[in-house]
Write a protein that binds this ligand. Structure first.
Ligand SMILES: Nc1ncnc2c1ncn2[C@@H]1O[C@H](COP(=O)(O)OP(=O)(O)OP(=O)(O)O)[C@@H](O)[C@H]1O
Length: 301
């Protein structure tokens, strides 16, 4: 399978601060990858570099074999969708779709109009008069109908209500099955996208924390819970991803899932799966313990 995106020790620096810190990964052709990370992890920075909007500070980045910054070949084959996507106020939604059709070689006008009708848009409205959720929905319609070989969706569901988000994910999947292409979608809603994704790239502090098929992520870790003495002994030689005291006597620990669960049951320790969403939260936990500790400390003062 061809590689569409390749980053090798990619750095983006603002002053002394590294928003991307020697990030290395590649994306294969015709896959849907979820780009996951906490606020400030570097997702938008990465996506704007891939789209050719921003210049990298160091390292290598290639999209369709070319450095993306200011490269026409790349911009013709890439669409970047976010909630800041702006269109001229003088055009109606219909005129925007007509113009997009002239620009994107694979533009699917029938799909665009079908989605406009389904989501109850008025073709003679202006983009700036749309509500936040409607604007995101319209931008998503442009993103899908453009059928660009690399489709980048940065937090595309911002402002959409739960029903629209559900329809959006379904539309994305159906359209992808009809017209396979490389899609990167950044979101804080991993649990909603699980069925859609093939791979997950988790970044934190601008670094690659995990890049795995979603099915492997589901099996990656398990949580152990039980008496602290038993749990602490059981995790002594294991790779601990997260640990929290439940109360004075009980403890919860998330570890790599690379051992037999039977031995834990014999020790009276519960073993439960960890969802990909929870795993990502644990792997990027910036403080020790949890939010409860703030309140416990506050109470004890
Ligand atoms: N123009 C800039 N100047 C200085 N720092 C910046 C600039 N743009 C982004 N940053 C910093 O780079 C880091 C990464 O920002 P980025 O917007 O890529 O994160 P993100 O993962 O998309 O976050 P969110 O989920 O909150 O949208 C943040 O600490 C941010 O403050």
């Amino acid at each position: 399978m061809n590689v569409v995106v390749e980053c090798n020790r990619l750095v983006k620096q603002y002053g002394n601060f590294k928003a991307l810190d020697e990030l290395t990964f590649s994306l294969k052709e015709n896959t849907i990858t979820g780009l996951i990370g906490r606020n400030g992890a570097g997702k938008t920075t990465l996506l704007k570099i891939l789209a050719g909007f921003w210049r990298e500070t160091a390292g290598e980045v290639s999209v369709f074999g070319k450095r993306p910054f200011n490269t026409l070949d790349v911009s013709m084959n890439v669409i970047f969708v976010d909630d800041m996507m702006s269109f001229t106020n003088t055009l109606t939604l219909k005129e925007i779709l007509d113009e997009a059709g002239k620009f994107y070689p694979n533009w699917d006008h029938e799909l665009a109009l079908g989605l406009m009708d389904y989501f109850q848009f008025h073709l003679n409205h202006n983009h700036h008069s749309l509500s936040k959720g409607k604007r995101s929905t319209f931008n998503m319609i442009v993103g899908l109908a453009a059928k660009c070989p690399l489709t980048i969706l940065d937090e595309p569901t911002t402002g959409m209500d739960a029903a629209v988000r559900k329809d959006f994910y379904r539309a994305l999947l159906k359209d992808y099955l009809n017209s396979p292409r490389t899609i990167v979608i950044s979101s804080h809603h991993l649990e909603e996208m699980e069925d859609l994704l093939e791979d997950v790239l988790l970044i934190d502090g601008g670094k690659n924390i995990l890049h795995l098929p979603i099915d492997d992520l589901k099996e990656y870790a398990v949580a152990l819970s039980g008496k602290s003495v038993a749990v602490l002994q059981a995790i002594e030689k294991k790779e601990v991803l997260y640990k929290q005291n439940i109360d004075a006597d009980n403890c919860y620990a998330v570890v790599r899932n690379d051992f037999s669960h039977d031995e834990m049951k014999q020790l009276g320790i519960g073993v439960v799966p960890v969802t990909p969403n929870d795993l990502c939260v644990y792997l990027t936990n910036q403080t020790k313990g949890g939010i409860d500790d703030v309140f416990n400390k506050h109470k004890s003062v």
